[in-house]
Design a protein around this ligand. Structure first.
Ligand SMILES: Cc1ncc(COP(=O)(O)O)c(C=O)c1O
Length: 406
């Protein structure tokens, strides 16, 4: 149990996997563990309400459809979007590919500019490379400074060139940096650019209000937000989604089909070809309900306190370099570091011997690794179920790593 500025989050017992003895799960940025509420909601759907959705008229199909669409309604309302503007994909990666392919195909032309940042995940780089290569458009990147924050002054000259789109991560999966996305959207819109925000790490960590952010596209993924794998979410502005061509063709995304042409379904179904991930959506809806019960302000306060404590304790480990902003205020629940003279994979392996689960590697951000001047980092990421005990286990483990490599 951990106490946070007068508040208490005591939820570890709600995660069945954490019953494993001696487990310190610090890899939520890769995928979150699942609370019982999510597991039970999916189990209930599969046991008692399973049917193909939207087409069936019998009670089972109506129940499954209501549960599926109810999950969409809940996610949309939670973040300040609408159900029409909330599209289900396979994951965040597919959501960005949808935008890059469908919107990019319709809007990018030779000589156009797309602006990203140096701290993007490969998911928000490679789809734009493909789109820019297809159109003959150019990609440019907003740099980061020594503390792992975006150099916003460098955005101005890029915006003066009239980019078609700006893509920015809300909270970095490597540096932890929380980007001022409202300001970036405002400035990009003033320059006539559309904006895509990658909220994959932000949605499970921060209160997010899509109305305030006002991006044209905002994406996230259920499995990092305590839901199941297999479901990504794209929130888009209705008029933009209506103007775009579909991404994938097939069943469900049509209004009518003839031999040569088809008419497409209304939003959001226009972008949901094929049988939907029904149990996954229901699990995501349960995860959202569970997070709503906790309250995202409390989630943020809990993880902020843990990150502050982790930064303080990591500062006491000799020869250790922490990447990203120096204070927890400017960070999400992710801390990447490097121990001088020890490969990040060796660090992670020795930590694993003591049950400390961290991630080592480039974290799907190879260009960022080059900016940081390292091939890889070790990353600890925090969740609602973590406590100071987990941080202490990490620090003890790092001291042991140093002994092994002394
Ligand atoms: C910032 C960020 N964007 C996108 C992704 C891709 O998420 P998914 O693999 O669920 O598509 C990740 C996953 O690590 C991420 O951290």
């Amino acid at each position: 149990m951990s106490t946070v500025a007068g508040q208490t989050l005591d939820v570890a017992s709600q995660f069945p996997v954490l019953e494993r003895k001696g487990l310190h799960y610090l890899d939520t940025a890769a995928t979150a563990q699942k609370p019982l509420a999510v597991i039970e909601a999916m189990d209930d759907l599969l046991r008692h309400h399973n049917a193909s959705i939207h087409r069936g008229v019998y009670p089972l199909a109506v129940e499954a459809t209501d549960l599926f669409e109810g999950a969409r309604d809940r996610a949309a309302a939670w973040l300040g979007s609408t159900s029409r503007e909330t599209i289900f994909t396979k994951n965040a990666t597919e959501a960005i590919n949808l935008v890059a392919h469908a919107w990019g195909g319709a809007n990018l032309r030779e000589g156009d500019l797309v602006v990203l940042t140096q701290m993007e995940h490969h998911s928000n780089i490679v789809p734009w490379q493909l789109a820019c290569q297809a159109a003959g458009a150019e990609l440019a990147y907003v740099p980061i400074d020594e503390e792992g924050e975006l150099v916003l002054d460098a955005l101005d000259p890029l915006l003066e060139r009239g980019p078609k789109l700006v893509g920015v991560v809300h909270a970095s999966n490597v540096l932890g940096t929380i980007n001022p996305v409202e300001e970036i959207v405002r400035r990009a819109h003033a320059a006539g650019a559309a904006v895509l925000v990658d909220g994959t790490q932000a949605v499970p960590q921060l209160p997010v209000d899509l109305r305030a952010i006002d991006a044209d596209f905002y994406v996230w993924t259920a499995h990092k937000a305590y839901g199941p794998t297999g479901l990504g979410i794209l929130h888009g502005r209705a008029e933009v989604l209506e103007a775009m061509p579909p991404f994938l063709g097939g069943g469900h995304m049509i209004a009518s089909v003839d031999w040569q042409v088809s008419r497409y379904a209304e939003l959001p179904h226009k972008y949901e070809a094929g049988t939907s991930p029904i149990a996954e959506a229901v699990g995501m809806g349960a995860a959202v309900a569970w997070l709503q019960d906790l309250g995202m302000e409390r989630v943020r306060a809990h993880e902020h306190e843990l990150v502050a404590y982790a930064l303080e304790r990591l500062a006491g480990v000799p020869c250790l370099r922490v990447f990203g902003p120096p204070t927890a205020d400017r960070r999400g629940a992710v801390v990447s570091f490097a121990l001088e003279g020890v490969h990040p994979h060796d660090v992670a392996e020795i930590l694993a011997r003591d049950g400390v689960c961290v991630r080592a590697g480039h974290h799907c951000a190879q260009p960022l690794m080059r900016v940081l001047g390292v091939p890889a980092t070790t990353r600890a990421s925090f969740a609602v179920h973590n406590s100071r005990d987990d941080v202490d286990a990490l620090i003890d483990g790092l001291h042991r790593v140093r002994e092994v490599f002394a």
